[in-house]
Design a protein around this ligand. Sequence first.
Ligand code: PRP
Length: 216
Amino acid sequence: MEYLTIALTKGRLAVQTLELFEKIGISCPEMRDGRSRKLIFADEKQKIRFFLAKAGDVPTYVEYGAADLGVAGKDAILEEGRRLYEVMDLGFGRCRMCVCGPKEAGERLLHHEQIRVATKYPNIARDYFYNKKHQTAEIIKLGGSIELAPILGLSEVIVDIVETGSTLRENGLTVLEEICPLSARVIVNQVSMKMENQRISRLIRELKQVLQEESL
Ligand code: PRP
């Protein structure tokens, strides 16, 4: 039997995903060793291997079939726009994609004035402003700490993830519009879905069952 390869998003999502997999009897103790520099971990009995990747890279590995499955945030899935199947909402990693800024910027949004938007998610921002709001926007891509942009006058607003809202609050910013809710999703390569249908379907079924039992 060949390995089923699963791409995980480095960080908190990976930790929560592995906890979930342990509940259906799939585990790699090696992966819990924080000091290890190893990149790929296998459950030899089940012939499943996991690897850790950056959020935006997970959909890429899955589209090309380098990973049969992946667990990624809906933000990364939307931003990358890859050809793949999104088959399941894992329910954790819940947050929202929002347009944020100082209160005053709300006026510019309301009146559909030309606006500058800083973001780590240029595709999501472009789609929202051009296709949904029909507002002319200049999208400025940044790598992180997006909240700095309106404070320093680089942009009027930002498009970013809001979880607790404390980053915004501590920097005098607020949610102006909500774009969409986000959470961790299971994604599947389109060819693997056909070739490994039995194993993948079983995996998804077992994951769904655990989540359902937990919600009761
Ligand atoms: C994300 C996001 C916000 C923050 C929101 O940043 O970009 O800055 O979390 O969380 P909160 O609403 O609970 O305060 P992340 O930690 O991923 O780092 P980044 O600045 O590199 O994007």
